[in-house]
Ligand binder design. Structure first.
Ligand SMILES: *[C@@H]1O[C@H](CO)[C@@H](O)[C@H](O)[C@H]1NC(C)=O
Ligand SMILES: *[C@@H]1O[C@H](CO)[C@@H](O)[C@H](O)[C@H]1NC(C)=O
Ligand SMILES: *[C@@H]1O[C@H](CO)[C@@H](O)[C@H](O)[C@H]1NC(C)=O
Ligand SMILES: *[C@@H]1O[C@H](CO)[C@@H](O)[C@H](O)[C@H]1NC(C)=O
Ligand SMILES: *[C@@H]1O[C@H](CO)[C@@H](O)[C@H](O)[C@H]1NC(C)=O
Length: 613
């Protein structure tokens, strides 16, 4: 999702991470694209929706909407029953129309299109650029297409990554592209988009798109990820040089060089030759120092995990000021799907940035760092892949030797989620994921999202201890899910390619399993409520059934707890304890402040972001 820049000083930031893995970089020859949807600041519609493909008469038109962030994201009769008007809802007025195709594919979408019945899959990450477009709904807005509708259209029309890139790119050039957080002409948001796209032909591409220089039309480029590579987009463009003489590796809009030249963002060394062109250098908007630890920390983490041999350093850079990480890297070893879902849950465990450690983690080692108003204090938290505000995440797992792909979908923050498999050909999902999913502004005990989110929040009461229960839950159900999915795919391969039979079987078994996990998650929630309340760990009625673990010693030592030492001698009027105690207290505080300041400075230097202080 977004990276919003509010003024130069206080940088309030949302994020999304996208990882893409080529077929020779995985253990099973599959391709994978992922998306961590790090929403925030505004409420989001919680529904995961399946939209059925349809046939259309010639000359039909397709409505294009300005998708709303909160609930309901869309009210219309032309997509799915989930979007039909409910009591008190008015239909969303289309912003405009484009020609419809004769047949659309079925697909699953949340805020963006995710996976379709012919195994096209997309993951998203918002970036920033030097151009800005606004939707037609805003005074001065000239553009019809945002990334939500573009990815939906790709799902409806395409079975390949190349088709998706060409289709989205051409439509955006013609009808105009706007960023979801584009602001207003008076206060532009300068946001643009990057996607990872994969298909059943075994290809993986990265796509970048932004508005044209006149705030309309679009500029775009696509680059193929080599088969044995893994690529990451963490809120900044990654495509560099573009060689259109290699159409198997690069695609771009006609204006990709000329728009940059016309704006003075690129001047070829040799007129007419574009081999020194760098897409990100030309078009990425330079941000004030600070956000580089926000974006590049995640890229470093993924690259240094899967390509350890390349010794990536973490003197995090930003756009042209600092060197960029490569567009993609060769994986040291073939990667399993479970390693990808593990990295989606990552919070820098085992590195010097491990968010479970230090004073900011509090007494119970919470890796969560809330964003928001900072009283004008300069600084930043490093941003992991899994954050408190991640609304949902997924890994789309596409196997060209299988008739169906799998969407591994995780509700709420990845570090607390189970990735539940859904099939690419499903046209029905469990109601707890859509009609009963509810709103972010209203707790709903029938909702799959709330089941996961509730436990994630309860966990923060006593992060260290409750994590043991949550991690055990994740392991149990994640293992079950992986085993079950393997069995299902094996069975499906015996069905001799009958789509209707496959769909009926997969829909029933996947949805049953999903409901089973959601039920179990509520059971976990109710268990945790009793077990971890009021600072106790309560496991039984017998004496000793209640433990009182208190606080860790290192933390107590930082607090005024340790000021209250037992008196050694009876108090006499002639010698009040305050007189002898006060200097000690002053000395203690002095030492503590000195220690913290020394530690903070030292750590800041080590982390290489002294530039932001
Ligand atoms: C729906 O439209 C009617 C008539 O324009 C309006 O009075 C009402 O407030 C609208 N309802 C919502 C939920 O926007
Ligand atoms: C595009 O928008 C920017 C920012 O609002 C503005 O400065 C610029 O003049 C606009 N360009 C055109 C061609 O309208
Ligand atoms: C990474 O570091 C190791 C150990 O220092 C070294 O042997 C290796 O050559 C380095 N690899 C690269 C790509 O620089
Ligand atoms: C698939 O084809 C094989 C071989 O023709 C046959 O034995 C099997 O029964 C078929 N399976 C189904 C579900 O139709
Ligand atoms: C707390 O401080 C005391 C006194 O300085 C020290 O002996 C003890 O090791 C500290 N405990 C921890 C866990 O840091």
């Amino acid at each position: 999702m977004r990276i919003a820049l509010i003024a130069l000083l206080a940088v309030a930031i949302e994020a999304c991470t996208m990882i893409a893995v080529g077929k020779k970089a995985t253990v099973d020859g599959s391709t994978i694209v992922t998306h961590n949807d790090d929403a925030g600041d505004d409420a989001s519609d919680l529904r995961l929706v399946a939209i059925e493909g349809r046939e259309y008469p010639t000359d039909s038109e397709r409505a294009v909407y300005k998708i709303f962030g909160g609930y309901p994201r869309l009210v219309s009769t032309d997509r799915s029953p989930q979007y039909y008007p409910k009591q008190g809802q008015n239909e969303t007025k289309p912003m405009g129309f484009i020609p419809q195709v004769s047949r659309t594919y079925s697909y699953i979408q949340q805020e963006y299109g995710i996976i379709n019945e012919v195994q096209l899959a997309i993951g998203e990450s918002t970036c920033n650029s030097k151009t800005n477009g606004w939707p037609l709904t805003i005074p001065g807005g000239q553009s019809l297409l945002g990334i939500g509708e573009l990815t939906n259209i790709a799902m409806e029309r395409c079975d390949s990554a190349r088709c998706a890139i060409q289709t989205m790119g051409d439509l955006a050039v013609k009808y105009g592209f706007y960023g979801e957080y584009s602001g207003t002409p008076e206060a532009p948001g300068y946001d643009s988009e990057a996607l990872g796209i994969t298909d059943r032909y075994g290809e993986v591409w990265i796509f970048h798109i932004m508005a044209g220089p006149a705030n309309n039309s679009a500029i775009w480029a696509g680059q193929r990820v080599p088969d044995d590579h893994i690529a990451v987009v963490a809120n900044r463009f990654t495509i560099g040089a573009i060689d259109l003489s290699k159409p198997d590796q690069f695609m771009a809009s006609d204006n990709v060089f000329s728009a940059a030249e016309s704006m003075g963002w690129y001047t070829p060394k040799v007129p007419g030759k574009t081999d020194d062109f760098d897409f990100s250098k030309a078009y990425a908007r330079e941000l004030p120092p600070g956000p580089h630890i926000f974006a590049d920390g995640r890229t470093w983490r993924v690259y240094s995990t899967f390509a350890k041999s390349q010794n990536f350093t973490h003197d995090f850079g930003y756009v042209t000021v600092y060197p960029r990480y490569p567009f993609s890297v060769r994986a040291d070893n073939p990667i399993a799907l479970s390693q990808i879902t593990t990295i989606l849950r990552d919070q820098f465990q085992g590195t010097e940035y491990d968010l479970h450690n230090g004073a900011a983690a509090g007494p119970f080692g919470s890796p969560l760092r809330y964003s928001g108003f900072t009283l004008g204090i300069h600084g930043a938290w490093i941003n992991p892949l899994s954050v408190h505000r991640t609304l949902y995440s997924y890994a789309a797992h596409i196997q060209s030797n299988s008739p169906v792909g799998t969407l591994w979908f995780g509700e709420s923050s990845p570090h607390g989620t189970v990735y539940i498999p859904f099939s690419s050909i499903q046209t029905k999902l469990p109601a707890s994921f859509h009609d009963l999913a509810g709103k972010q502004s209203e707790f709903n005990p029938k909702s799959a999202w709330w089941a996961f989110n509730f436990v994630n929040n309860w966990r923060t009461l006593r992060y260290d201890l409750i994590s043991e229960d949550v991690v055990a839950f994740i392991k149990k159900y994640q293992d079950e899910a992986l085993a079950l999915n393997t069995v299902m795919l094996e069975y499906v391969s015996t069905l001799n390619g009958s789509t209707a039979e496959m769909r009926a079987f997969l829909e029933a078994s996947h949805n049953r399993f999903a409901e089973h996990v959601v039920d179990a998650r509520w059971q976990l929630a109710w268990t945790l409520i009793a077990k971890y309340s009021d600072g106790y760990v309560t496991t039984g009625e017998q004496p000793g059934g209640m433990a009182s673990p208190g606080y860790p010693g290192w933390w107590l030592n930082m607090t005024n707890y340790v000021q209250w030492q037992p008196r050694q001698q009876p108090v006499t009027l002639a010698s009040t304890p305050s007189i002898s105690f006060m200097p000690n207290l002053t000395l203690f505080i002095g030492i503590l402040v000195g220690f913290i300041a020394h530690y903070a400075l030292h750590r800041t230097r080590r982390q290489g972001y002294s530039s932001i202080l």
